[in-house]
Design a protein around this ligand. Sequence first.
Ligand SMILES: [Zn+2]
Ligand SMILES: [Zn+2]
Length: 370
Amino acid sequence: MKAAAVIPSKRFIGIVQHPEPRVTLPGEVKLRMLDIGVCGTDREIARFVYGFPPDGSEYLVIGHESLGEIVETGAEVVDLHPGDLVVTTVRRPCPYERCIACRAGRQDFCYTGGFTECGINGRHGFMTEFVVEERKYMHRVPHELRDVAVLTEPLTIAEKAVSEVWEVQRRLPWNCVRQKEGAPGYCMNALVLGAGPVGLLGAMALRKAGFNTWVYSLEPASSPRSNIVKSIGGMYISSSDASIEAMSSRIGNIDVVYEATGASKLAFEVAQVLGRNAVFVFTGVPGRKQRVEINTDELMRDLVLKNQVLFGTVNASARHFDAAIADLSAFRKLWPGAVESLITGRFPLEHVSSLLTGNKQGIKSVIEVS
Ligand SMILES: [Zn+2]
Ligand SMILES: [Zn+2]
């Protein structure tokens, strides 16, 4: 069968012939792949700066943002059936007994670094016709989410980040004055850096949690991305119109920053306007190796005197996949059309090379395998 793959030793990116997998264990499930999202990680893999094939394979089948339809289940799989739609998680646990995180099913916190990731590190991904995986790594998706469920995986980044923000902010033993059911952040300000898919999905998660949500990004004040921000009740500030200082004085106390650019210079400049008792969440991985000058005295003084927390987070565990699936439904009810508008292009598998190496276009491109 066909698969989109990279061969790092030959600097090849394109279609390879990959053996069609079979269900051999009772806990396994076979999927016909439907939609696979393309993201910055895939583009880095296509530049051969990231990712490696499984042991014994020359190539790596790419693709980690997936939606598949079940075509066959092993004898022990009783709660999923052919025709069901599922999203499969990406990271698999390391094999080491001493890794208490992986042994607890939380390989997103792996201590050893010996984990693998489908389509990224040491394990084939989902940009192919059929995939066989263990049931325990799959999450069922309602059929009404068929057209947007490929966004589940990028949304898990925000799900984990927001849940950890609340873990940290349990240190603040008070609530917004007029508590609103299910929206604990409604008296607080959240700032999202970047209006890519991770940023925009993060903005939706923060809006749903009640935050006054601002998105600061490169695009002009009137653009498809800023329109999405406005459609979810957020506020958009273009970095070409407002400096970081001007932006921060418009917002007031910045209670949460959700960084989704991977640009370390911007991130640490914004960290200097972080508010009191606030949390800064890093989700991006810097690609460049630039040196940035920052005033570490000021940064450290603010960390102490303003009770600030800076933390990084890598997606995600099973609970965040379930939360993301539930939130995709919730976002659609709250803001009809907003989630759909993140997917700006659908392409056949054969277009993978130009999609990954050409100029980036639109917000989220999706490969339609079938
Ligand atoms: Zn991705
Ligand atoms: Zn581990």
